[in-house]
Design a protein around this ligand. Structure first.
Ligand SMILES: [Zn+2]
Length: 359
């Protein structure tokens, strides 16, 4: 009997000890779980919003959309998209209709269009941001109303990144024998297609960037970068713009290399080159980039006004060709697979420009 009593007491003690251990473990389990939840909330959120590249956005960039946009803008019905003409207005309307359809909102309170006046002073076009035009216009100089198209994806903070491509081209020349319409498929319907697909892809990523991304479609580039110059002169938050990404002629092949693309960027930001190096490997991009870290980009395309103000730039360009500034720059000659690859490479770069803390 005494033996049974001792056994029972031992059994009860064991039970107590097991229950005590269980309570401690249960508390620790809760504690560990709570720690994991806190860590996820803290670091998981930071990782997703600031760094992780959206695969959904990346995959949305496709060849068919690039072809559709270039074929539309380079169609004869757009009359060569000369700034301040009916064809230019049609191109602007088309770009606005796509941005509106995709839910990429206007940058300015008055809507997508930033109108400005330009006048021709002898052989030079100038805008109202260069000097008052009243005297020139009164003296009978040619005058036109041009328009940039400005859209944005608002960011969480105060900074900005600008993506730009000029949509204007050379119009119609009735003195030409044969084809008189400058279709401008490579120059620069290709760049517009890239910038538009980036806007759509960023929207499709469903993630708010750290910086506001401005998508700018410049007018009057062919008359001397009038649209981008006007924007830079009239923008109050220029010092908050961290980078400018430009597309001008991104659809053609060099004679010897169908996958060439010049990747031109400010030499003071070598990390821009490192990003593309890394992305080429990780995403197996079908491109052969020529890395051009440059100290002086003045005089080249719409990057110039930004470079002059010290804004770091990245510029994609597939070099000149025999159809450059001729009516034979047509949509059938564009390499759409390559245009898609360049746009995808640019998406990866833009993601970092918009989200990295510094560069
Ligand atoms: Zn041109």
């Amino acid at each position: 009997m005494a033996d049974m009593c001792r056994k029972s007491i031992k059994f009860i003690e064991k039970l107590r000890s097991f229950y005590a251990t269980f309570r401690i473990m249960r508390n620790r389990t809760y504690q560990v779980c709570a720690l994991f939840v806190c860590a996820f909330l803290l670091f998981g959120t930071v990782d997703v919003s600031a760094q992780k590249i959206s695969k959904r956005g990346y995959a949305s960039i496709n060849e068919a959309k690039a072809q559709e946009i270039v074929a539309t803008l380079a169609d004869d019905s757009f009359e060569g998209r000369e700034a301040g003409t009916r064809g230019g207005d049609m191109a602007a309307e088309y770009i606005v209709s796509l941005l509106d359809k995709w839910g990429v909102e206007p940058l300015l309170p008055q809507g997508y269009c930033q109108e400005f006046q330009a006048a021709k002073n002898q052989n030079n076009w100038i805008t109202e941001s260069d000097m008052p035009l009243d005297n020139l216009i009164a003296s009978g100089c040619e005058r036109r109303v041009m328009k940039n198209i400005l859209a944005c994806i608002p960011g969480k903070g105060n900074g900005y990144v600008v993506v730009g491509a000029h949509y204007d081209h050379l119009g119609i020349d009735t003195t030409l024998v044969g084809d008189q319409c400058y279709n401008g498929a490579d120059d620069n319907a290709s760049g517009v297609a890239a910038a538009l697909q980036l806007a759509r892809a960023m929207k499709k990523s469903r993630k708010q960037p750290e910086r506001t991304i401005i998508f700018a479609f410049w007018d009057g580039e062919e008359q001397g970068m009038l649209g981008s110059r006007f924007f830079v002169k009239r923008t109050s938050f220029l010092s908050d713009i961290s980078a400018y990404m430009n597309f001008d002629m991104v659809g053609r092949n060099s004679e010897e290399n169908p996958w060439n693309v010049s990747y031109i960027y400010t030499a003071d930001n070598p990390v821009f080159g490192e990003w593309l190096q890394a992305d080429m490997q990780e995403y197996k991009l079908n491109l052969m980039p020529l890395f051009k870290a440059s100290k002086n980009l003045i005089g080249s395309s719409d990057v110039s006004p930004f470079v002059r103000k010290g804004v770091p730039v990245v510029w994609y360009h597939t070099e000149g060709h025999p159809d450059y500034h001729r009516p034979s720059d047509t949509a059938d000659k564009v390499n759409y697979t390559k245009l898609m690859e360049i746009t995808r490479a640019a998406y990866l770069c833009l993601w970092r420009l918009a989200n990295e803390a510094s560069y």
